[in-house]
Write a protein that binds this ligand. Structure first.
Ligand SMILES: Nc1ncnc2c1ncn2[C@@H]1O[C@H](COP(=O)(O)OP(=O)(O)O)[C@@H](O)[C@H]1O
Ligand SMILES: O=c1ccn([C@@H]2O[C@H](COP(=O)(O)OP(=O)(O)O)[C@@H](O)[C@H]2O)c(=O)[nH]1
Length: 237
């Protein structure tokens, strides 16, 4: 079995880590995500991961209480560092070699993001977890996934989320929404489909970096995409 991609960037939503809990990190969910990642790592695919923070803190939620947006966003970025550390530890327990690199310097805790070093780790078969998003407020971890994916020369960005693809409308709001198997960047941006933010879409489009949106709750979905099978929604140039 050979994989369709040699190097991928996996975006894991923070909320995926909650499982059925109301917030935080659910250990069983974390272990099942790591098992999915391992099934792909075992194929020899090089994996970069960008992890979200929405299970702990979301910048926009902070501003609802009157907090300054940039301050709230920095808190959101710190939340992603906690998730990254939990993920890397769960990888260690599963026998995988994970390395966390943070876009914000917290040297006593995790390594800083250094592109060349990240690429070296990938070549060595280590899984690099990119924490703290882009390091800038007013961005999201989806945009961080597009950015890091471009920087490391990933062949595809895989967005693992709560829905099993991109729909004509938010399927959580509209039960009649139908799923696209494939959609072009121009159409996804033109229809203002909210599953990814527009900055992330635009960056991937400019870099000709395809995106596949799939459900993190569907066992085997990640591996199927990596094997080149039809799963979720492929956003193409
Ligand atoms: N057109 C659409 N197709 C699919 N999902 C959509 C769409 N519009 C909005 N969504 C919503 O987007 C959510 C995923 O985006 P987001 O909340 O940013 O996830 P994540 O936390 O995984 O980054 C889905 O749970 C879904 O409810
Ligand atoms: O480059 C970034 C990435 C993230 N964030 C902040 O971190 C929070 C958590 O990230 P995100 O919402 O993307 O996580 P997810 O939806 O994947 O759980 C965001 O709400 C932002 O407040 C940010 O300011 N800049």
């Amino acid at each position: 079995m050979t994989a369709a991609y040699g190097r991928i960037l996996l975006k894991l939503s923070g909320e995926a880590l909650m499982g059925d809990d109301a917030y935080g990190i659910n250990p069983a969910m974390l272990a099942s995500i790591v098992a999915e990642v391992k099934s792909v790592a075992d194929l020899g695919v090089e994996i970069g991961v960008v992890i979200g923070g929405g299970n702990i803190f979301r910048g926009v939620a902070g501003t609802a209480t009157g907090m300054d947006r940039a301050t709230a966003d920095y808190m959101g970025m710190l939340a992603t560092v906690m998730n990254a550390m939990a993920l890397s530890d769960a990888m260690r327990q599963a026998g995988l070699n994970g390395r966390v690199q943070s876009a914000l310097n917290i040297e006593q805790v995790v390594e800083p993001y250094i592109r060349g070093k990240a690429i070296r780790y990938l070549e060595e078969g280590k899984i690099v977890i990119f924490a703290a998003g882009t390091g800038n407020p007013f961005f999201t971890t989806d945009t961080a996934a597009a950015l890091r994916g471009s920087e490391i020369g990933a062949e595809i960005v895989l967005k693992a989320t709560k829905v099993d693809g991109i729909y004509t409308a938010d399927p959580k709001q509209d039960p009649l929404a139908t799923r696209f198997a494939r959609i072009s960047f121009d159409e996804a941006i033109g229809r203002d489909l909210k599953v990814l933010d527009s900055t992330a879409f635009a960056l991937c489009r400019d870099q000709k970096l395809p995106i596949n949106v799939f459900s993190i709750f569907k066992p085997g979905a990640l591996k199927r995409i990596v094997m080149g099978e039809d799963e979720g929604t492929l956003v193409h140039v």
